[in-house]
Design a protein around this ligand. Structure first.
Ligand code: PLP
Length: 434
């Protein structure tokens, strides 16, 4: 691993002992920067009075932790505008709670059948296995839990959560999240993955981790050797800015990709960090060069204290407009709003379908060319009563098990008579029943 001069300097200031342990991930965690004086001393900077003033108040509510590695990426010549600094250093705006903000906007604690599990979608669950992170992102959607030592999931809690997955055969995809699952030791993680792999209906296991960004040394040969035993494993990481892609993070991504793990990236659209089409374009290009597929671009959640990070939705649409058609299709993430109240992720796109008639649609492309697509003059819809045995479409039922249709899919189907979905508290309907 390459160690820069600046990293060597920070190391020498922190550790008086001989021998360089900079690339030891546990050393990095033990020496995470949590206070103002150490921060200033290590970087050789003096922050403005306004930046220092409310530091204690803010960190009393939302603590700070920055790995020496992530700290070493900061541009001290322009600290206040630095994307690394902005994602990791507390600012007073975090204490401004907007009236539309919520402690748990995604209602993750409600869609929770057993501690540590969020079961929102029919076939997949979020399994919270760790409550700590190497670096505390200022834009964390689970800020309510950061530093809350009381909710560190113990082994028996995780065993109970795995029992829930075992007892619910519709779950085919398990997402390990937290906190950061990679802050757990290899053996413990190995135990969780082994338990999950013993469940026949668990087809894929996904891991969400920011360690390739903030603690790339965590991706050791031992770790990837262990992960390989549990394939198919997918990993999603969280790069927000092209400056986060360094030699060390490239090496971490290479190790993961070389061990056969498909890599995805989930970015959050953040005002002042990456709300710029050029920055996002550079980011997605660097990601795919490292075999990472941009997966989601998130609209910033309505969690408390994030209002200074939020952009209008139009900014995300503008960014997608600058990517779709202009660059490789696999460079384009899906832009999503995670529905407040727990509705899940809702994709947002620029509009490409401009108009339509009974046999023609009018479309526009990324250049502004307006075109038509002529639809077939006759199309015999296959009436679907879900009597698949008698249908002449060739469907092998083995891989397409039946499940109840819900939501909009239900409205489109032939076999279900539902013609509208009505909110539970619709007063017009309440009047009818009374
Ligand atoms: C994001 C998320 C998932 C996974 O969603 P995908 O669209 O499949 O990536 C699952 N459960 C919860 C609660 C989530 O927030």
């Amino acid at each position: 691993m390459v160690i820069t001069e600046k990293q060597q300097d920070i190391f020498n200031q922190i550790d008086k002992n001989k021998g360089n342990r900079w690339t030891d991930w546990k050393w990095q965690i033990r020496h995470a920067i949590r206070d103002l004086n150490t921060f200033e001393k290590l970087l050789g900077v003096t922050l403005s009075d306004s930046a220092r003033e409310q530091f204690e108040d803010i960190t009393g509510r939302f603590p700070m932790a920055i790995t020496p590695y992530y700290l070493s990426l900061m541009d001290t010549d322009d600290l206040e505008n630095d994307p690394i600094f902005k994602q990791s250093f507390p600012v007073a705006e975090e204490l401004t709670i907007d009236s539309s903000e919520m402690n748990d906007p995604l209602h993750e604690d409600e869609d929770c059948p057993v501690a540590g599990v969020t079961h929102r979608y029919p076939d997949r669950v979020l399994l919270l296995v760790s409550n700590t992170c190497a670096m505390y992102c200022r834009h964390c959607t689970r800020k309510r839990r950061v530093g809350d030592v009381d909710s560190v999931p113990g082994k028996s809690q995780i065993a109970a959560a795995i029992d829930y997955i075992r007892n619910n055969p519709q779950i085919r995809d398990v997402l390990l999240s937290g906190g950061d699952p990679f802050l757990l030791g290899d053996d413990y993680l190995d135990w969780i993955l082994t338990e999950l792999r013993h469940i026949p209906h668990v087809e894929v296991i996904r891991i969400g981790t920011r360690t390739p960004v903030v603690l790339p040394y965590r991706i050791t040969d031992d770790l990837v050797e262990m992960l390989k035993k549990h394939h198919p494993i997918w990993i999603n990481t969280h790069f927000n800015h092209p400056r986060e892609i360094t030699d060390s993070s490239r090496m971490a991504l290479k190790r993961l990709a070389d061990s056969g793990i498909p890599l995805g990236n989930q970015s959050v659209l953040l005002a002042g960090v990456n709300d710029c089409p050029r920055i996002m374009r550079s980011l997605v290009h660097k990601l795919v060069m490292n075999r990472v597929r941009p997966y989601y671009l998130y609209q910033c959640d309505l969690s408390e204290g994030l209002s200074h990070f939020r952009t209008p939705v139009g900014k995300g649409i503008e960014i997608l407009e600058s990517l779709i058609g202009h660059t490789s299709g696999f460079c384009v993430p899906t832009y999503v709003i995670d529905a407040p109240g727990g509705g899940g992720k809702i994709p947002i796109m620029p509009n490409y379908l401009i108009s339509w008639s009974t046999n023609k649609v009018v479309l526009r492309n990324y250049e502004g060319v307006i075109t038509t697509y002529k639809e077939p003059d006759s199309y015999e819809p296959t009436f679907c009563d879900r009597n698949c045995e008698e249908c002449n479409l060739n469907l092998s039922l083995e891989d397409a098990d039946e499940r109840k249709s819900i939501g909009i899919e239900q409205l489109l189907s032939d076999y279900n008579e539902t013609i509208s979905l009505i909110p539970a508290n619709n007063s017009r309907h309440e009047r009818r029943h009374s």
